[in-house]
Design a protein around this ligand. Sequence first.
Ligand SMILES: O=C(O)CCC(=O)C(=O)O
Ligand SMILES: [Fe+2]
Length: 475
Amino acid sequence: MSSDEQLDLTIGVLGTQVPATSKTITWNDGLRTVLPTICNESNKNLCDEVDIPLIKFMAQFPRSNTNNTAHVHMAPGGICQAPRVDAQLQEILGMNKCVVIKGVPHNPAGKTLTFEYLDAVFGISPHRPVCIHDMKKRCEDHVHPTITGSIGSFIESINDTTSIQCILDIPLAHVSLPDGLKCVATFWNVLHAFLTLRIRILDHGLVHGWNQTTHSVPIISKVHPENFTIKGWGLLHHAGFLTYPHHDAEGTLTWVRMEAGLKLWVIFRLKSRSTQRIHLQELAVKLTNYPVHKDWLQRNCEGEVITLRPGDLLILPPGMVHAVYTPIPSFATGGHFYNYSCMHLTELSRYIDAEVAESTTNQALDHALETLRRMVIMIPYLSPRLTLRKRCLLSLCMMATRGRQYRAKGSSPHSVEDTETAEPSADISDIIFQYFGLSNRMRPGDILYVGNQHDPGDAIDRVHLLHAFKNSLVL
Ligand SMILES: O=C(O)CCC(=O)C(=O)O
Ligand SMILES: [Fe+2]
């Protein structure tokens, strides 16, 4: 592909996948893409109201790159240009920074996205029934944006200029985070070390919570299978689909790997850089309704565009508000997970979901509480290799002991029902609260809701903490 073609993403799309009359836009870094067009009977473009103004807002933001320190970019197989390449990935994520890793093993498609590719590489049947997000339907009724169809019908309509659709969650339980990625680290261009970025074991909910607690607390209750089936999924898009700003449900981290096509991920933040809870919540809420809050957002919100091409892996910390524009047909894989280093961000994100219903999510996850409680149960037995931080630990224990308080508005009451994990996780949480000098009368929120909400807190002396567990006869 020539560099002109790489910069001009309207080639092959305009007139073929979207109407030839569709407007185009040039993003801040020079990338040219189509703007979506969905016409009604009177030939009015329904996307003029919300989608196009929002894409224009997103397109003015600078591209996130290696010189820009807000998020961290790495290139395994080549040179890691991260500012703190020696730091563990989870420490970076715990500081509320996204991580982009370029050149990871993936499954490239040919020149076009076909159902043969999806079938042969991922085992996705063309007859598979799916829930399809349809832009026309969303323009008409944003509460009910979906229709039912099949993978085959979706692929066939890629070249239908009147339809812009996506399938946001194709469960692919066999897809997971990459295992380990080789990386060469340099400082000031001097070779420093060969590293393996350990990625898969970042999923602490699975690696520690589920894998290592079932001996002491056997699974008896029914846990929603989505806790396992949406560990991995596929995302399939027509050209021109915009996913509105939101953060992902239940305070999970999110990973996405581009398999085919291209996506423009915009990560939003406050211009003021305030890290107060009330301000972060205000931003998340205002972003869910761009037309209404346009002036406020233009004054107070900025962002960065992360361009994802095949082989790029993006990991988002919990609660990161993002919007995604997909200008060409694309397929990506992804998933959700929890990590001990990000529990303060998980708590913040779930707090916002419990406070304000519409704020934010694109996928529900039933009974996430069970995973968080198992992560608490594992704390006394965790490997000394893991760094645990004060605000992360308090946040985790607070969520485990106040399950109902953190139920997302509008979610099922069953999602916070107590099971065999309730009591042991409460016992361990009590010891941790005491360890930090908290009494029952002191609300952990008195500590957690003040100060920098992105701060994971000081590292805990693990030997000291172990003594607290031994003294309380938990071990
Ligand atoms: O690709 C998209 O359109 C949305 C993806 C997204 O929001 C996610 O994976 O969390
Ligand atoms: Fe998302």
